[in-house]
Design a protein around this ligand. Sequence first.
Ligand SMILES: Nc1nc2c(ncn2[C@@H]2O[C@H](COP(=O)(O)OP(=O)(O)OP(=O)(O)O)[C@@H](O)[C@H]2O)c(=O)[nH]1
Ligand SMILES: [Mg+2]
Length: 612
Amino acid sequence: MYVIGTAGHVDHGKSTLVQALTGIDPDRLREEKERGLTIDLGFAWLQLPSGREVSIVDVPGHERFIKNMLAGAGGVDLALLVVAADEGPMPQTREHLAILDLLDTKGGIVVLTKCDLVEDDYLDLVEAEVDDALAGSRLAGAPKVRTSATPRAGLDELLATLDRELEKTPRKRDLGRPRLPIDRAFTIQGFGVVVTGTLVDGALQVGQEVELQPGRLRARVRGLQRHRSKVDRLDPGTRAAVNLSGIHVEDVRRGMVVATPGAITPAHAVDVRLRATRILTHPLAHDAGITFLSATSESEGKLRLLDRDELRPGEECWAQVVLQDPVAVVAADHCIVRTPNETVGGGLIVAVNPRRHRRNHPATLDALARLLEGTPADRLIDLLLSGPIPSQDVPARLGVEPADATAAIAEASRDGRIHEASAVLYPTAWLDAMLARLEAVLSSFLEANALRSGVPREHVRSALRLDPAVFTTLVAHGVARGTIEERSAYLAPAGYRVTVSSAQQHAIDGFLAALRDGRFSPPTEGLPPPELLTYLVEQGLVEDTGAGVVFDRQIFDEMVQRVREHIEANGSITLAGVRDLFGTSRKYAQAFLERLDALRITRRVGDERVLR
Ligand SMILES: Nc1nc2c(ncn2[C@@H]2O[C@H](COP(=O)(O)OP(=O)(O)OP(=O)(O)O)[C@@H](O)[C@H]2O)c(=O)[nH]1
Ligand SMILES: [Mg+2]
């Protein structure tokens, strides 16, 4: 599906041409009909001779409504640059042409209208004038079709030319990230809120939850229409009307973007490869106040020129636009920069919400150049400089199709610069830096807790403030690097061993001997201090029931074995049964059995214990 847009000076016959081609009057406002002047965008559609269906966006030519023109020009694949034969190229012919260039509109056809008003040899002169205007623009060499709407002439040729040119137009990309920049929002009795716009970058489906940005409004897609017919799903590149539930029309305005929740972060600043128009009247100075427009959104802003003090007609530069109001744009979107009187330039957004850059700073300019010209793999590395991202976000973040994203990931993984785990991409340098911090957490914990042979994983994870999946990947990275070890629920520096003083060793030996002497009724007085006891547990020398009773490890294992055998032979065992089996007191039997329950060896059923 393609979107065709009109362009050209006021009164040159754009709307009349759309009506002649489609039978649909694109001027829908009463004021437009009364004044014979297009004020806001109009929409129509058409089936071409090839059977191809296309949407048409009709824009106003009047200088005063240039912002409405810009809102419509955003999603256009192919432009019909309309020039009235009796007037030839006029100021907005040139301004619209410059805009199409700045927006990188993929194709175009020059349509000479009102040819009925002039003689044929005059038409040749007009065409020569048009050629001059087109020189150096993307539309230079574009096909020209001579038409008139009244009487109808040249329209069939125009349709055939449209088919031919669309054949050459690149198909719409699908990044799996639908975006619908809203150009109109209204209510329909009985349906609620409807928004319209050109859907790009992904499909929309009825029932889907969406988010409107800026503003983070949640809504659900209640219905979809394409060219007035109901559909369940819309593919990118389509003019769409979306019926939304869960939202009030007064909260919705042109410039908001319908997207999947979380997909878009509104921009407060953008880095831009900015090109000045060739028809720019005054050079553009650093720090100039400007209006920034992209798709249907608009904000006032300040233009910081990063590599020069002023930008002259036709020049290109790096710039950072600091926006007054947030706009929902993403990298690789096009934008236009205006002053109150003219379209001064525009270009490609290369980064959204970047840092405030130093001016004339070579490293910054290099990084910006890589964003623009680097291979997808290079740009992926740059993207990952700020930390891990989910693999599935790569197509949208790089603005490339999923297959190209996969290739970029493979290329960057091959030389070890990135690392993919559980569908998340990690820059290896980031993992190494994080691993150094993890090692520091281990060292400081083990310094403060001299008898601990490791650090609880959870302690390390919360010290690093990492989410569990990232933490697991980091630990695996450290183990693979050979700098840390996993010891069940503990982490330790590789090869770490506790050092015990001779006095501590003496106390340990005495305590263990007393436990062995006490067998099934070990002493409960004079237990070692908690850190020493934890050490003995970690070393596997004792079993601490947690109820003030500590058993020697081997004795505890023997008791477990005998209880198992008893239950296997008799079906169950009671507290008294345990007491008698080991010739001990009720206190020990209870502490032991509760430990068995906690270890999930036994389970309590009434007064009996059975095996789990
Ligand atoms: N004779 C003649 N008149 C035409 C032709 N096409 C348009 N017109 C007339 O030119 C005038 C302007 O036409 P529109 O279609 O409104 O022009 P527009 O480019 O849409 O104007 P804006 O949207 O305001 O920029 C109208 O009075 C039309 O009837 C044509 O082929 N021949
Ligand atoms: Mg019009």
